[in-house]
Design a binder for this molecule. Structure first.
Ligand SMILES: Cc1cc2nc3c(=O)[nH]c(=O)nc-3n(C[C@H](O)[C@H](O)[C@H](O)COP(=O)(O)OP(=O)(O)OC[C@H]3O[C@@H](n4cnc5c(N)ncnc54)[C@H](O)[C@@H]3O)c2cc1C
Ligand SMILES: NC(=O)c1ccc[n+]([C@@H]2O[C@H](COP(=O)([O-])OP(=O)(O)OC[C@H]3O[C@@H](n4cnc5c(N)ncnc54)[C@H](O)[C@@H]3O)[C@@H](O)[C@H]2O)c1
Length: 476
């Protein structure tokens, strides 16, 4: 083992952690530690590759759907390896380039290995990956005045799967399959299940979903989640309210026996049963850093842990496992590292989310149930995409956008959408909510132009449809 090397700042994890090295830290001695693929989840196995696959899936779906518009087209062939290689041919060089920049860039020292705390500010790193300046297998001790835990999260795999010994994929591996299987059974009914069900079924794979919840995408507004679950049942074999009790590798398929006695099988098993903060192997027991029961590091609104000078952000500590949240927290922590006397707090008031499935889902703010629980005089309006001009153009039959408002004040409380481009469509609502409560829902609808006949008229109409008394900005 080498002598201990001291740094002003040590960053563990190169997802959002990589963006902490800002010009404001010029002159500081910084170590960046990465035990996996450089660039973290979003770039390598998360948001970016999945959305590149989703786009290809949309192209396939559009071709299949074309005859509704009087255009006869047929999907001749899906070249999986070309689809896959388009994605990773773009992403892998970005990851390698990011690593080389940190290894050779001069501003930082990169350790390509796994970090473990041995005390509050001291870490041991074993070099596990090639590409850096340290010998593979060598062990290093480093200390940092400031240490940032940005170690993200990893797939959770239930014991019943692990104990069965059957081969399985998670989102970490399924995008690199050597060939498309004929069928896939997906365990789980959340974001990852919904996105991969869309991707693989659009590319011709028969999809079966098994989830213990009584519906899919249950974290979303109940009315829209139920509507989406109905559409999912029409597309795929969906089993809800069941768990796998045993798994076996058959001749060509993996067979799951479910808690209701039925079975579900697929050539490939994808496990999508949630993600766990990646903090279990960090040696936190040697520090004063505390964790929640689910493994998340406890931080205050500035990203500070219980140990002075040790910070955390992103999936390692956040209740939102979303990249835009990790990025936001990283921007705050980057500022706080440079300006300890002028700390910037995280703002989690209006965290939006989107599920890039078919149809797409997006949300911001309170669901109807949350608004009721919080005691608002709730008013809602569900606007069908198909009742707007652009919806006619799209021949849309399933899209819905629900606005949730407070009848007492006219304020908008939340927006939930299911349909084409939902993730883009709700952005004005994210902006309006984030700007503060001074603008009522009707003022938002009438205080600006909405391009006609754009899809955004779905949101405009939903806002206008909220029942709000005239004296608080409404016209009903
Ligand atoms: C399939 C999938 C699709 C997703 N799609 C979206 C999306 O569309 N939109 C969205 O907002 N979010 C999406 N997410 C979530 C998003 O990817 C994460 O919220 C985000 O990437 C978390 O960033 P992070 O910086 O906290 O962690 P990460 O990006 O996971 O970075 C943590 C890094 O730390 C490293 N590390 C861990 N422990 C150690 C250690 N002890 N020593 C050294 N290094 C260590 C890891 O190898 C990793 O590189 C998706 C996630 C998945 C899995
Ligand atoms: N578009 C996006 O923003 C995006 C996309 C993918 C992932 N993510 C993030 O990653 C996180 C993890 O995604 P996920 O889909 O793995 O988790 P999730 O929490 O969204 O869903 C997990 C699902 O698995 C089910 N489940 C859990 N244990 C089970 C079991 N033993 N048997 C059957 N079903 C079981 C749950 O009921 C739930 O439906 C998401 O919560 C999200 O924050 C975001």
């Amino acid at each position: 083992m080498s002598d201990t090397t001291h740094y002003d700042l040590v960053i563990i994890g190169t997802g959002s952690g990589n963006s902490l090295v800002t010009p404001e830290l010029e002159g500081r001695r910084i170590a960046v530690v990465e035990g996996g693929v450089f660039g973290g989840t979003c770039l390598n196995v998360g948001c970016i590759p999945t959305k590149m696959f989703v786009y290809a899936a949309e192209v396939a779906s559009t071709i299949r759907d074309a005859s509704r518009f009087g255009i006869d087209a047929s999907l001749d062939q899906v070249r999986w390896t070309d689809i896959r290689d388009r994605v990773f041919g773009r992403i892998d060089p970005i990851s390698d380039g990011g690593r080389d920049y940190r290894v050779d860039g001069g501003h930082t020292e990169a350790y390509l290995g796994h970090a473990r705390f041995v005390s509050d500010h001291e870490l041991e790193i074993e070099i596990t990956r090639p590409g850096g300046h340290h010998e593979l297998g060598s062990v290093h001790r480093i200390t940092g005045d400031q240490v940032v835990i940005a170690t993200g999260s990893r797939p959770h795999v239930p014991d019943v799967v692990l104990d069965s010994g059957v081969p399985f994929h998670t989102s970490d591996t399924v995008m690199r399959l050597p060939e498309l299987p004929a069928s896939m059974v997906i365990l789980g009914g959340g974001y990852i299940a919904a996105e991969f069900a869309h991707i693989f079924s659009a590319l011709g794979v028969e999809v079966r979903i098994v989830t213990r919840g009584d519906g899919l995408l249950r974290a979303l507004d109940a009315e829209l989640a139920a509507a989406w679950t109905d559409l999912a049942r029409a597309q795929w074999d969906v089993r809800t309210g069941v768990e796998a009790v045993s798994l076996e590798q058959g001749e060509s398929e993996i067979e799951l026996t479910l808690s209701d006695g039925s079975t579900a099988s697929g050539e490939v098993l994808l496990v999508a049963t949630g993600r766990t903060p990646h903090t279990h192997d960090l040696g936190l027991e040697h520090t004063g850093v505390s964790t929640h029961d689910d493994g998340r590091v406890v931080v205050d609104r500035f990203g500070r842990t219980a140990v002075a000078g040790v910070w955390s952000l992103g999936d390692a500590s956040s209740e939102h496992q979303l990249k835009h949240v990790a990025n936001h927290e990283a921007r705050a922590v980057a500022h706080n590292l440079a300006h300890p006397d002028d700390l910037r707090a995280f703002d989690h008031r209006f965290v939006p989310a989107a599920v890039f499935t078919h149809p797409q889902m997006a949300c911001v703010g309170l669901t109807e149930a949350q608004a009721q629980d919080e005691g608002y005089a709730v008013t809602t309006k569900v606007q069908r995409f198909g009742d707007t001009a652009y919806g006619w153009a799209m021949e849309d039959t399933t899209g819905l956008l629900k606005a949730v408002g407070d009848a007492a004040t006219g304020r908008l409380l939340g927006v939930h959408a299911m349909g084409p481009m939902a993730s883009t469509l709700i952005q004005p609502a994210i902006q309006a909510l984030s700007m503060g409560p001074s603008v009522t829902a009707h003022e938002l609808a009438r205080g600006q132009y909405w391009i006609h006949p754009a899809l955004s008229e779905v949101l405009e109409n939903a806002l206008l449809g909220l029942h709000v008394p005239e004296d608080v900005g409404g016209d009903t």
